[in-house]
Design a protein around this ligand. Structure first.
Ligand code: UDX
Ligand code: ADP
Length: 476
């Protein structure tokens, strides 16, 4: 019976998942470990403001279970050795160099974990793949472990991909649509799977626990993310067409989504999907397809990412052509995180769109309720570095950027406002009052790339508004 669990990786996946397992399984002792000591210190802070991941509902759970049956430690080896089950929740970004550069998943962290587990384990372990991994990673793990393990210790690898979405992670974990567990179809593999099933049964109805072979489980995660992203690219591609035909994308989404075979989720138009998963997972899928010689399949999925880039570029072009000349224009960026209710900014569409604006001479005021100033600067710097700009040029471009700590600072004294994240705070702006604070001739253009603002109200106040995919736009 499993009594002690270790989770390697105290990030967006590891911590929320372990917090919920700890809450629902008081008899288990769970330790989340990470090689990043400052991250562990932050999770151990008495002030939840210091927690490195902001997720609605997470603070309360951590306060309830921390130091009872959930622990955070940077002593990775000790907790690996003491546990019977080890979750791998480390990051697997896209490879920046070597074979598969720009497409394949960088498995360095996973490989390191496998080596470390094999080296330090003096008793049998079940290893659970939680991170998103390419199909057949379990095979790779087995080989690494075989090479480094002590003779008499056995390891069983199972796959249990995480489907939580940021911002709703706790809700997703409490009420999962499904829990997927894949294993080798051997006696030992099936037994390992059942030990994990037993833990989930503490709160997940058994009909929602799907048991598959290990390869189906690994591939299902990539395929699920690819299909979700594909819906977004589909609706975003259609937004370009609705703008040309005087149709409205929101009405299209409604009409399409009412067909129960299609469903109404993930049909919201946007400046493109962000987040740590979608792009990375699709590129990884593209790479895997190519490795198996499936060029047409690879190209089909690659198109989902290409449309995402197209949508970002399209938004930049719309702002650029509306303002005629970006040089010396002041533009306010509303929203930096890749979606609302998270401080995560990875792959956010705000990054390329804002970078293109400053490269073309605009000055930016940026506001986000949760993303930290240093993260925003880091994101811009990294993006600009990828454009082969010199340090001097980057420094000069960054001097065109001001990070604001309140929304109101972005609403006046600006030529244009671009809503890029759908934060509730942006829906609640008192535009009437804002107009009073702005001289009539200087009313900023408003570009609402999430279609969350009341366009009729804004128009009645005299604002010129662009809503994405809305053929009725006031900016022509
Ligand atoms: C995603 C998957 O949803 C989750 O199952 C998986 O485990 C991890 O990847 P996440 O990236 O956290 O989760 O957020 P998600 O809600 O899927 O949003 C991803 C991006 O798509 C965001 O930028 C969001 O704004 C965008 N999006 C989402 C749209 O543009 N339109 C939509 O209709 C939905
Ligand atoms: P995710 O969104 O997948 O959870 P994060 O980057 O938020 O990704 O978290 C992954 C965590 O894994 C990071 O805190 C990182 O320090 C940790 N990590 C990566 N590799 C290792 C490793 N070999 N040993 C311990 N921790 C690791």
């Amino acid at each position: 019976m499993i009594k002690k669990i270790c989770c390697i990786g105290a990030g967006y996946v590891g911590t929320p998942t372990m917090a919920v397992i700890a809450l629902k399984s008081p008899n288990l002792e769970i330790t989340v470990v990470d090689s990043n000591k400052s991250r562990i210190d932050a999770w151990n802070s008495s002030n939840s403001y210091d927690f490195p991941v902001k997720e609605p509902g997470l603070d309360d759970i951590i306060k309830e279970v921390r130091n009872k049956n959930l622990f955070f430690s940077s002593d990775v080896e000790k907790h690996i050795d003491e546990s019977e089950m080890i979750f791998l929740a480390v990051n697997t970004p896209t490879k920046k160099e070597g074979e598969g550069k720009g497409f394949a998943a960088d498995l360095t962290n996973i490989d390191e974990c496998a080596k470390q587990i094999a080296r330090v384990s003096s008793s049998n372990k079940i290893i659970v793949e939680k991170s998103t991994l390419p199909v057949r990673t379990a095979e790779r793990l087995k080989e690494i472990i075989k090479k480094h393990k002590k003779n008499d210790v056995t390891f069983e690898i199972i796959s249990n991909p995480e489907f939580l979405a940021e911002g709703t992670a706790i809700r997703d974990l409490f009420k999962s649509d499904r829990v997927l567990i894949g294993c080798d179809q051997t006696e030992a593999g099936l037994a390992a799977m059942e030990s994990l099933v037993k833990i989930y049964k503490n709160w997940i109805p058994k009909e929602r626990i799907i048991k598959t072979n290990i390869w189906s489980s690994e591939l299902s995660k990539l395929a699920s993310n690819a299909m979700l992203a594909q819906r977004i690219s589909s609706i975003n591609s259609l937004s370009a067409l609705t703008e040309k035909t005087e149709a409205k994308i929101n009405e299209l989404s409604l009409a399409i989504g009412k067909d129960h075979r299609i469903g109404d989720k993930f049909l919201n138009v946007s400046p493109g999907f962000g987040g740590s998963c979608f792009k990375k997972d699709i590129l990884n899928l593209v790479y895997i397809c190519r490795q198996y010689g499936l060029e047409e399949v690879a190209e089909y999925w690659h198109q989902v990412v290409k449309i995402n880039d197209y949508q970002r570029k399209r938004i930049f072009n719309i702002v650029n052509s509306t303002l005629v000349e970006l040089k010396n224009k002041k533009i306010s960026i509303l929203g930096w995180s890749f979606k609302k209710d998270t401080n995560d900014t990875r792959e956010s569409s705000s990054i390329p769109i804002s970078s293109d604006l400053i490269i073309n001479g605009a000055s930016l005021k940026i506001y986000d309720p949760l993303a930290e100033k240093k993260q925003i600067i880091q994101d811009l710097t990294t993006y600009l570095e990828s454009k082969d700009l010199s340090l001097k040029e980057i420094k000069s471009l960054l001097s065109q950027v001001k990070i604001q700590s309140t929304l109101s600072e972005c609403l006046t004294n600006t030529n244009a406002i671009i809503v890029l994240t759908e934060w509730d705070e942006f829906k609640q702006v008192d535009w009437q009052n804002n107009k009073l604070n702005t001289s009539q001739i200087n009313l900023p253009y408003i570009f609402d790339t999430r279609n969350i603002l009341d366009i009729e109200l804004l128009k009645s106040l005299g604002y010129e508004v662009f809503q994405i995919g809305n053929g009725d736009n006031t900016i022509k």
